[in-house]
Write a protein that binds this ligand. Structure first.
Ligand code: C2E
Ligand code: MG
Ligand code: MG
Length: 553
């Protein structure tokens, strides 16, 4: 079949000096080249079969990987979801007959015939010829202006996808090479560049005309495409991995982020950003290299960047405010203390929850500054009460784990207590005891030795364990809100709460239950022997002036 087809082609076409034909019959693996001037010049032979090596030697090293990936795919005869009925690929071939190479741009057009079921490639006919001068000129212009280099072309092509009426969905996908810096370091930057060029060019063979691609930066690529089902997305990812995931003998791993566009009115930049967020979200994940965007991610990421840009300004401009949440005696309902909780009151965004900013500050270290600021506000409040003749109640302040690496925080606390000249018993300290900071026990003991009351925060939250109670320097345990509310749901859970309370009392620890929201919960705790509760049932955290009203009435 192969020979017949090649001969047929040959008889149709003139035996030009600058073109030749291949035919491959993938049903029996035969591969023939039409003997002609050009093929002889190209491959030093007009005999069939020609060796792969002879072909490879003639192709420019920078284009070789692309051509071989393409041929490998073609010859495998596997289902080619993205392969059109005909296909064009450009590469440089060496037309020199001596040692000095003469690289000339050639273009290869491939026609494929599929098996009857349309799933496999059965035959291909390839036609290689040198580009003529006008094609070369066009290529130069196109190269500088194709969608992989030119965002505006990308944008106008995406616009077509947005206007698509076929009912398919639009996705933005970004991918990059994991640990690309290591590849550069190991194989050299030139190799790194070759790999990136290979991928850039390779995207032309992987993507259809409708799959619009753009090289965003060194190793970040983006594709916008229409799809019907998740399988279409996976297929495209599979194809990219298979064809472009290896260059020569260098293997690397891609990380993909996908944003399925639900709001087509979003600016394109935003659609791309969301794909980027999805990609970032799974960086370093050994099991999964494809992340999907979800709204949550954006909220998290936006606030993180925003928070970091604004935190110093916010502290200097009094945007952080201490709120106080009462701790109440369950039997009398009277306020016997308070916890100081940070609030960020933003002039435009309103109140930002500590759940959003505390984890960020714990990571970047800013928590040290914020904590000290809140501690100072607590000391000030106590001083204020004393000065205005109000009976002070102790305020507990949160000590982030970040402080526990260095005992200088105890000096800071001492300085504040001295500065405001208040009895130490009015400043209590809350520390979340976890297995990770078990090694910081020394620090906690020092804090106690300096006269501070210690409260173990979030007891039962999963970070703490009964084991910690064995030789703990803590005075009070605060039963975690989530632990408490979850265990309250079953009789078994209630028993555990009840026993935890009696056990703690037995070993001489006091208890505060956090997150008490209902009368029933308060009554249950009381029946178990817990005397102090903190929670919305009594009061939400409030500004100092409101606390004063609660406290004095
Ligand atoms: P935490 O120290 O365990 O504080 C108790 C949290 O439970 C507070 O959340 C409080 O508003 C909330 N809460 C109290 N009662 C109820 C209730 O009945 N129902 C519900 N649903 N929630 C209740 P908040 O203020 O959002 O603070 C969250 C966490 O952020 C705190 O947990 C604490 O770990 C941290 N945090 C807050 N302010 C500071 C601070 O100034 N420094 C440090 N290091 N951490 C802080
Ligand atoms: Mg606390
Ligand atoms: Mg707590």
């Amino acid at each position: 079949m192969g020979i017949t087809m090649a001969q047929a082609m040959h008889s149709f076409m003139s035996n030009s000096a600058e073109m030749c034909y291949f035919a491959a019959d993938l049903t029996d693996g035969s591969f023939d080249i039409t003997p002609c001037e050009f093929s002889k010049k190209l491959f030093d032979t007009d005999k069939n079969p020609i060796s792969q090596l002879a072909v490879s030697d003639k192709i420019h090293p920078a284009d070789l990987a692309l051509v071989s990936a393409f041929c490998k795919d073609l010859l495998s005869g596997e289902e080619q979801s993205c392969l059109d009925e005909h296909y064009n690929i450009d590469f440089r071939i060496n037309m020199s007959e001596n040692a000095e190479p003469d690289w000339r741009w050639a273009t290869m057009t491939t026609l494929i015939a599929k098996t009857e079921d349309g799933r496999h490639v059965s035959h291909t006919v390839c036609h290689i010829r040198l580009m003529n001068s006008s094609e070369l000129l066009t290529k130069t212009i196109v190269d500088s202006f194709t969608n992989d280099k030119h965002p505006s072309v990308f944008a106008s092509n995406v616009q077509k996808l947005l206007n698509d009426k076929s009912g398919r969905q639009l996705a933005f996908m970004q991918f990059d090479i994991e640990k690309f810096k290591l590849i550069n370091a190991k194989y050299g930057e030139d190799k790194g560049t070759e790999i990136l060029n290979f991928i850039t060019n390779g995207l032309y063979t992987v993507c259809t005309d409708e799959q619009v691609h753009l090289r965003l930066s060194a190793d970040v690529f983006m594709i916008a495409f229409l799809f019907n089902t998740a399988a279409d997305i996976n297929r495209l990812i599979g194809l990219i991995e298979e064809r472009l995931g290896r260059y020569e003998d260098i293997e690397y791993r891609f990380v993909f982020g996908v944003h399925i566009v639900s709001d087509k009115t979003l600016p394109l930049r935003k659609m791309g950003d969301r794909a980027a967020m999805a990609r970032q979200s799974i960086k370093g994940n050994a099991l999964n290299n494809v992340g999907y965007y979800s709204d949550n991610q954006e909220n998290k990421l936006i606030s993180r960047k925003y928070i970091e840009d604004r935190m110093n300004y916010a502290l200097e401009h009094g945007e952080f405010v201490m709120f106080l949440q009462p701790k109440c005696n369950i039997s009398t309902g009277g306020i016997i203390g308070a916890e100081a909780l940070a609030r960020w009151i933003h002039p435009e965004k309103g109140m930002i929850s500590p759940m959003e900013f505390i984890p960020v500050f714990e990571q970047n270290g800013f928590i040290i500054k914020l904590d000290e600021y809140i501690w100072e506000q607590a000391c000030k409040a106590i001083r204020g009460w004393i000065d205005s003749g109000i009976e002070p109640v102790p305020i507990s302040v949160n000590i982030s784990r970040v402080h526990l690496t260095n005992d200088s925080f105890i000096d800071s606390l001492d300085r504040l207590v001295e500065k405001y000249n208040i009895p130490k018993k009015f400043i209590e300290t809350e520390i979340t005891e976890t297995t990770e900071n078990a090694g910081t026990e020394e620090m906690i003991k020092k804090l106690k030795a300096r006269g501070y009351m210690l409260l173990m925060d979030d007891f039962g939250s999963g970070y703490s364990s009964l084991n910690m109670l064995k030789s703990t320097p803590f005075d009070v345990i605060k039963i975690d809100r989530d632990f408490f509310s979850e265990f309250m749901l079953s009789d078994r859970g209630k028993k555990i709460i009840s026993h935890t309370i009696s056990m703690s009392k037995d070993i001489g620890l006091d208890l505060v239950a956090e997150g008490v929201e209902t009368k029933e919960q308060a009554e249950f705790l009381h029946s178990c022997g817990c005397d102090v509760a903190q929670g919305f049932y009594y009061s939400k955290p409030v500004p100092l002036s409101d606390f004063d009203k609660l406290h004095t009435t």
